[in-house]
Every structure is written in C-alpha cells, then in structure tokens.
Design a protein. Sequence first.
Length: 299
Amino acid sequence: MTDATQHTLSFRGHTRTLYSYGQGDRVVLLLNGGPGLPSLYLREPHRFLVEQGFRVVSYDQLDCGASDRPGDADNWTVTHYADELEAVLDWLSPVRPHVLGHSWGTFLAIETALRCPDRFRSLILADGAADIPHLVHELNTLRSHLGNETIAMMRYFEASDRLDHPAYQAAVTLLNYRHVCRLDDWPDALRTSLADWNMAVYRTMQGPNEFTFTGNYRHWSRLQDLPRLTMPTLVLCGRHDELTPACSTAMARQLPNARMFVFPCSSHMPFLEEPDSYADLLGSFLRSVEAGSFVSQEV
C-alpha cells in the first residue's frame, strides 16, 4: 500500500498537515488522542479500511506532528480544537465523513458533533468518555489496584510535585502496560508518535500523565447532552482500558442510536492489541451504515 498523501489546511493563520489514504467519497476521519500526540499511531493501523473501500483521512492537530507549532497556550482548549475540526470538515465538504475519535479524540468528536450533527455520517467513540469527573473516579479505582503502599507513595510525590521520581515513574509505567497498551513490544508507529508528543499541550489540557487529571478540561462533561446525537454510533473499548468499560457504558446508554463492544484482551488500543477482531467490527459497522442497515442495541 502506498504512503499517505499529504495536504495542508490553513486555519486562523496556521497550517495543519492532513494525511489521506485511498480515494472516494466514503471517508473515515480519524481524530487522534493526546492532546498533543501526532496522528501517526492512529492512522497507520487504520490503513486496512482502504482495502474495504474507504478513504482514510487524519490530521495533526495544531502544535503537534507536522502541523504548525506556534506554542500559544490560548489555543490549547477543547473549544479551539473543535473549531479546528470544523475547518477540517469544511475542507472535506460536501462529503460527510464517518468520524472516529480515539481517547481525547472522542471528547473532540462529541463536542463538535453537538455543534453540527448533520455533518457526521456516523460516529465511532473508541476508548473514550463523555464525563471527565466520572473518568477520574474510574482512574482512581485502577490506581488503587496497585496497593495501599504504592498509592500512598504516588500521592506523596504528587503533593510534593516530584513526579519525576523513579518510584513514581515506575508506578505510572506499570499502569501504562496494564491499561494503555498490553503488548510486550509497542509498534513503531506508536513509539514514533510518543517520542514526538508535545507535552506542553498535554500538561495544559490534561495533566502530567494518563492517570492524573489536573488540566483545563478536567471538569469537561457532555454526558447529559448525548441524547441529542442521533447518528449511527459505535462505542468501543478494551476490557482493561484506562478509559474503562464503565465510561463507554455511560456513553452508550445516553446515545439513542448506538451499539457497544468491549474487546476482551485489550486495554486502550484494541486496534493494536486485537487488530483482526477490531478490523472486523469496524468494517462491519461502517458497511451497515453505508447500506442503511445499522441497528442500534440497548446496553
């Protein structure tokens, strides 16, 4: 398969880099996690969709990857990145894409879909959440499984702002291998994205790591607004996901036209951890939407 075709989009004086695999009007638009994480880790594992007749489009959000990096913290908000996504939808117009958000990308997809639902052919909420306070509760539960002594140690270093201490970092690494990606060897595309992660964006919006929310979207919640989203929706996650099945269940129960699936052997990246099952599920969902045969299922 050929490499992605690159495009550029100017929005509010800065250039974004977009990537496209395949051709045609059946478009799947990928929204990566992070924030501040380049899109490579997500777009490479979704190239299989081209063989199923879809065009795959992704982009590096402002201040990450190959897009401009002005470094202005005023841009690092949910509102700004939703504005940016609307500009990408304008670029794709008149095509209405299937929009797949992963992790932080689900927050972005939800926020934007509530503004302009008619611009979404369908919605895939992968390993996500719609209520950060609920997610924080779930993350604290995952942290508690490390044991009382480890939790006390983590709280001590968090209170003293010494998150670089080796003991603290060891606990975070263990959580990452339990709940972010359970593969022994992480794929090159994932490692490349992680090596280029703009942590200034991440710390401003989320916090110091995947299991500590201190950033500007820590109070974000759209759970009560989800009944307004009536497009066909697939909610998916891994059984061991950091954004837990309880987070996905809460979303699916609020969405009037949704189905949900939990990958039994995955954490936060089932497209890497169970790629064959993931490809079957996603392909089946997309084909059912295109054929007009999608049927929701109560959770």
